[in-house]
Design a protein around this ligand. Structure first.
Ligand code: SAH
Ligand code: SF4
Ligand code: F3S
Length: 426
């Protein structure tokens, strides 16, 4: 029986796709290898969103391919870099056998069987039909609601490597969610590059979210990602309307400057962004807000950058994912004038990080002495510890209790270190 080894880089979509890849291989008779050196097939699921992500994943491909003797293991590049570069990767990496993009995973067993060197990079119109994933994160699970992206933010490669936006049927989503709940899963994250553009006939995302939450009241429900242009009162009401929808919203702002937001093709202005965060905070007090920000986009002046810093100070996000701009060839921004020198991008990134880290610490420390519900996700790194998540998606390390993953527990928070909190069973 052949053995596989899989490594996943990139976003939640890739994590979820990695689970599908495993499901496809297991149905075709493969088994998981105890490590890469025991595998007959090695798969690297790559991310292309920033240059560093791409270099890192391809570096790992080189490393894994370096140990092979007589085509063992067969090396497969999957994911967004596979889609981006296609067959040219076979020329660049003589020890790679297969290059398979995100909409071609079901062809993998056939390609492996045929023993040829090949690439498969068609972009499809399907959305996770007919695949039984091997779940990797019990008691948490990702459920795809949409694939692809049509937004074409000018810096972003995702629409090119993930294809056009398409939504999954509500009945398929509900069936998956119900099955997860009955197998003991307790946190479900609905996934799409822009969940707000979900649509199936008369069903938009707010209705879908409410339906899912109603169907599995025993589970916590989250979703990513919401585009600020399309986020509005309906989704806010849906979130407020069900107690098991987590009070957490990832709403990537990207920049605080109207001029840069326009050049990014984001479709909203700073004032609208601020109005939406204020609305959601008023309706759902204590909601945990997070963002993505890019430093050093082409044409970003000092003054634009200060608008980004002031947005961070004004909103006071609980958490921020901050990036320096990375040029991706083929995107609209790659041809824009006003490239910001890399050292300047880095120093702006560091200034943003310093500010956001301080805000994150300040907000986390406010939880000291509070009792919060925590979903236990597994053991902690030390003996006698457990780890879990709060509804706001904060990580909590719990001491003095034992419980299996999937247990809900009230925890008295004693201290915080950034996004990680420490506490004891209340
Ligand atoms: N669909 C999601 C996720 C997109 S990728 C969304 O719209 O939020 C995740 C983040 O990577 C983006 O939000 C953006 O902040 C960052 N990103 C994308 N392209 C980038 C680039 N070329 N350089 C730097 N950061 C980038
Ligand atoms: Fe990229 Fe914009 Fe689509 Fe997000 S919404 S995946 S940033 S193009
Ligand atoms: Fe995700 Fe990276 Fe692809 S962010 S969609 S894995 S380019």
């Amino acid at each position: 029986m052949p053995f596989y080894h899989i490594e996943v880089y990139g976003c939640q979509m890739n994590v979820r796709d990695g689970e599908s890849l495993e499901g496809i291989l297991v149905s075709a008779g493969y088994r998981k290898a105890p490590g890469p050196d025991k595998a007959d097939v090695v798969l690297v699921v790559t991310c292309a969103v920033r240059e560093r992500a791409e270099v890192r994943a391809l570096g790992r491909v080189t490393q894994l391919a370096g140990v092979r003797r007589r085509r063992k293991p067969v090396v497969v590049i999957c994911g967004c870099v596979a889609q981006e570069h296609g067959g040219s990767l076979l020329e660049r990496f003589p020890q790679v056998d297969l290059v398979v993009g995100p909409d071609e995973y079901q062809r993998l067993p056939g390609l492996l069987e045929s023993g040829v060197r090949a690439f498969a990079t068609g972009l499809g119109s399907g959305c996770d039909e007919g695949v039984r994933p091997v779940r990797s994160m019990f008691p948490r699970a990702f459920v795809t609601v949409a694939r692809g992206c049509d937004n074409f933010c000018s810096y972003c490669i995702v629409p090119y490597v993930r294809g056009r936006e398409r939504s999954r049927k509500p009945r398929d989503i509900l069936a998956e969610v119900e099955e997860l709940a009955s197998s003991g899963f307790r946190e479900i994250t609905l996934l799409g590059q822009n969940v707000n553009s979900y649509r199936d006939g008369g069903t938009g995302f707010p209705e879908l979210l409410s339906m899912v939450a109603r169907a599995v009241p025993e589970c916590w429900i989250r979703f990513v990602t919401s585009h600020p242009r399309d986020f509005g009162p309906e989704l806010t009401e849906a979130m407020a309307g069900r107690p098991n929808i987590c009070p957490a919203l990832h709403l990537p702002a990207q920049s605080g400057s109207d001029r840069i937001l326009e050049r990014m093709n984001r479709g909203y202005a700073r004032a609208e962004y601020l109005a939406k965060t204020a609305m959601v905070r008023e309706r759902i007090p204590g909601i945990v807000l997070s963002t993505d920000m890019i430093a050093g986009f082409p044409g970003e002046t000092d003054s634009d950058f200060h608008d980004s810093l002031s947005l961070l100070s004004e909103v006071r996000f609980d958490y921020g994912f901050l990036f320096r701009y990375s040029e991706r060839s083929g995107t609209a921004a790659a041809g824009m004038p006003g490239s910001v020198p890399v050292p300047e991008r880095l120093s702006r990134l560091h200034a943003m990080q310093e500010l956001q880290n301080r805000i994150t610490r300040e907000k986390s420390s406010l939880l000291r002495g509070k009792t919060l519900p925590v979903l236990i996700t597994g053991p902690g790194s030390l003996e006698g510890q457990l780890t879990g998540r709060t509804p706001g998606n904060r990580t909590v390390v719990v001491t003095g209790a034992d419980a299996p993953p999937g247990t809900f527990m009230n925890v008295l928070i004693s201290r915080a270190d950034g996004w990680t909190h420490f506490g004891e069973k209340a």
